[in-house]
Design a protein around this ligand. Structure first.
Ligand code: BTN
Length: 242
């Protein structure tokens, strides 16, 4: 990997997209010690204080259709959870599609952004925010109950650089698996870490809200929900709460 290290960035995803637009190589990694305008999903922000997390983005130029980009996000979720669950006491789960939670609080968030043209992916930027050691005292009040750091629960010392290295290595291994065998094995691994499948869920889709039970993900990585009236619905976009 080529690593682009920054003391400060507005958002590593923004930097990644700019470098990708300028033609950077596949696999470029942007890491920032601090983000002044960290971005979350659904136009939310991402609290990214200096030295308290792994705030990074990876530029991919995969030979996939744009419709497959969301599976790359699932891949990233598996790669990151394997890197943090190595620590004693850390047993995070994935909430579909890509929130990594412990005790219902967010330890990792992933934001994927894509540029596609003529039915092909130009690049995707997978941004990952891993709360490694955000002190409780620093967290804004409205986020206090929503966030958790690896260091809050790990029963051994943690190192940000080790987590980043493991994450990138896992990503590479999983990506090679996909190129060889397709997404099947990655989706199977994703299922083993899922906290969503089998649960009663509330789905807030762009056009409607409904309740049901999450039964599985399909081969495209979409969540399959059995609604209260017994019919099945696939969730393409939106928020799912357990
Ligand atoms: C979410 O759960 O809402 C997604 C959060 C993604 C945060 C990461 S931190 C590194 C990268 N740069 C950003 O601005 N956002 C992502």
């Amino acid at each position: 990997h080529h690593i682009h290290y920054l003391k400060e960035a507005s958002s590593s995803n923004e930097v990644g997209k700019r470098l990708a637009d300028q033609g950077c190589a596949d696999g470029l990694v942007v890491v920032a010690e601090e983000q002044t305008h960290g971005k979350g999903r659904l136009s939310r922000g991402w609290f990214s204080p200096m030295g308290c997390g792994v705030w990074c983005s990876v530029v991919f130029r995969p030979p996939f259709m744009p419709s497959e980009a969301s599976k790359c996000t699932l891949l990233a979720a598996v790669a990151v959870i394997k890197a943090i669950n190595k620590y004693k006491g850390v047993n995070a789960k994935i909430k579909w599609p890509n929130d990594v939670l412990l005790e219902g609080k967010k330890m990792v968030g992933i934001l994927t952004e894509m540029s596609a043209e003529f039915g092909k992916i130009n690049y995707i930027v997978i941004g990952t925010g891993i709360n490694t050691n955000v002190p409780k005292s620093m967290i804004p009040d409205e986020l206090k109950d929503l966030a958790i750091s690896v260091a809050d629960v790990a029963r051994e010392p943690i190192q940000r650089v080790q987590i980043l290295a493991d994450y990138l290595k896992n990503m590479e291994d999983l990506y090679e698996t996909v190129l060889r065998e397709g997404f099947g094995p990655v989706l199977d691994e994703w299922r083993t870490y899922s906290d969503t499948i089998g649960q009663a869920v509330k789905v807030i889709a762009p056009d409607k809200t409904y309740f049901g039970t999450a039964v599985d993900i399909d081969k495209e990585g979409l969540l399959i929900v059995k609604k209260e009236d017994g019919t099945m619905e696939k969730v393409i976009a939106g928020d799912v709460s357990i």
